[in-house]
Design a protein around this ligand. Structure first.
Ligand SMILES: [Zn+2]
Length: 130
């Protein structure tokens, strides 16, 4: 799993000056220079499926947990504070998810990610030759 400022030609809007632009490599608005404050989390499916199946399960839980932990800490929230605000997952459950012991159901993962500022989930795929 990788975090980056600019994985793709995503179109973003600057919150300071409203300039709509392709996500710049610098992570800063091309017009006003303010940080766009956008980061992307990339979970590489090829890496996940390369391992044997039990390792792949471990890798997926670790990747999902690490992604949520990074997003939470960037917001300056403790697990307890996040759990309180979410109201659907307890602090100990959140801890087990973040440490990769438990894989949350997809709808719970998406709720938490949305609450932590995720705006979209992108599935990037490449057509196979016919
Ligand atoms: Zn701007």
């Amino acid at each position: 799993m990788q975090f980056s400022n600019t994985p793709s030609r995503d179109v973003v809007s600057c919150k300071s000056c409203s300039c709509v632009q392709f996500s710049p490599v610098s992570g800063q608005c091309v017009r006003c220079g303010q940080s766009l404050g956008i980061r992307y989390c990339n979970i590489d499916l090829k890496e996940l499926t390369k391992a044997n199946s039990s390792n792949a399960d471990d890798s997926l839980r670790m990747a999902v947990g690490a992604a949520l932990r990074v997003m939470r800490t960037r917001r300056g929230l403790t697990q307890a504070a996040l759990a309180r605000q979410l109201g659907i997952v307890g602090r100990s459950q959140l801890s087990r998810i973040e440490s990769g012991h438990v894989l949350p159901p997809l709808h719970i993962f998406l709720l938490i990610a949305t609450w932590l500022g995720a705006e979209s989930v992108t599935v990037k795929f490449r057509d196979s030759p016919p």
